[in-house]
Write a new protein. Structure first.
Length: 370
């Protein structure tokens, strides 16, 4: 979603918002909402970039609006006091149906008398000129290539083509594009695998990625955003709208170079990629920093130095060191995020990555035999 979409005029009304955090439903009310996002006053904070479904109940309407959203900003208690505001979280709408957008805009009790931006987000600016940007279209249907390609090139965009995920990955490694527009269902390597491969490589993780697929369910859209996609567009969408949405993603990255730097942070879901795979990838790239994990009331921290885990801690069990890391390798669900940095403490693990994974496998075998 383009940055200026999030900054449209806020409506003064009271809307009930339901969202799921851990295993409980929480209801909040907001007076700060637009067709691009909303701000909820709350002390139940979730991590920035968390993707989750929201259900909005408009005044005098029975049917809820379902939207997939990402937490774009958290206004903590101390900062809220300094700004004379209420603490809470700013949500960016990632996927909002056109009819739902109209319902928000036409909400009878709204008044456009006050502009209430999401805290910490800059005011909108004009759409950046993206002529000359290189788009890699990953699509094996010639009809779709022709339907979209000609329109893109008339807009001044350069177009590269790949029929499979494997071919697309090869081309990205040779010359990183400015944006990847990919189908989901493809032979050899599907769109999900392609997105994971791109986000796993430091030189490609910042490349904007948009799905264009004939099969786009609510579950698909949520998974796409959780994995780091910038948009998820049905193939049935009119070509002019597809072009407009791609241009807005490109414009956002060009307006805000920090967006690219933020995308260098490795993050994902353990149901999509195992922790062992993440650790092996960090080891191969010899990266240093902190890996954080969260699931159902538990959080963990793994410090990594030049690709080798050297410290680990799990809350609230107060489990540390090698035992904690072995325990984490059994997690098959939850969110993870790796941020670059330096760790100067002692090596509390005392094992190479190979030794660690072998020890975990040995303990798993012993448990099965018992």
């Amino acid at each position: 979603m383009a940055k200026h979409d999030r900054q449209s005029t806020r409506h003064r009304t009271e809307i009930r918002v339901r969202y799921r955090t851990h295993d409980e439903n929480i209801t909040r009310f907001t007076e700060d909402v637009s067709a691009g996002g909303l701000f909820i006053r709350t002390l139940a904070f979730l991590p920035i970039n968390t993707v989750l479904p929201l259900y909005l109940q408009l005044p005098d309407e029975d049917e809820e609006i379902a939207v997939i959203a990402r937490i774009a900003h958290v206004l903590g208690t101390e900062q809220a006091v300094e700004l004379d505001r209420s603490p809470g979280m700013g949500f960016e709408f990632l996927d909002l149906a056109p009819e739902a957008r109209v319902r928000l805009e036409r909400c009878e009790v709204t008044r456009r008398s006050k502009d209430l931006p999401i805290p910490g987000v800059a005011p909108p600016g004009p759409v950046t000129d993206v002529r000359g940007c290189r788009i890699l279209l990953v699509e094996d249907e010639g009809f779709v290539q022709r339907r979209i390609g000609g329109l893109f090139m008339r807009r001044g965009l350069r177009l590269g083509l790949a029929a499979t995920g494997v071919e697309a990955l090869t081309k990205c490694l040779q010359t990183p594009p400015d944006l990847v527009l990919s189908d989901i269902v493809m032979p050899a390597m599907d769109g999900w695998a392609l997105l994971r491969m791109l986000k796993a490589r430091p030189e490609l993780t910042h490349v904007p990625f948009v799905f264009l697929s004939g099969r786009v369910t609510e579950r698909d859209r949520r998974q796409a955003y959780e994995m780091g996609a910038d948009d998820c567009i049905p193939k049935a969408t009119p070509p002019e709208e597809i072009l407009d949405r791609v241009v807005r993603v490109l414009s956002r990255y060009r307006e805000d170079p920090q967006e690219m730097d933020q995308r260098r942070v490795l993050q994902g879901n353990l149901s999509h990629v195992t922790l062992a795979t993440v650790i092996q990838m960090l080891n191969t790239e010899r990266r240093s920093g902190q890996l954080t994990l969260q699931r159902k009331g538990c959080s963990a921290r793994v410090d990594v130095r030049e690709g080798k885990p050297v410290s680990c801690h799990i809350d609230p069990f107060d489990l540390t060191g090698r035992d904690a890391l072995i325990e984490l390798l059994d997690w098959d669900a939850g969110q993870f995020e790796f941020a670059p940095g330096e760790y100067t403490g002692d090596d509390e693990i005392g094992m190479s990555v190979v030794q660690l994974l072998m020890e975990h496998a040995r303990l798993a075998d012993d448990a099965e035999q018992d």
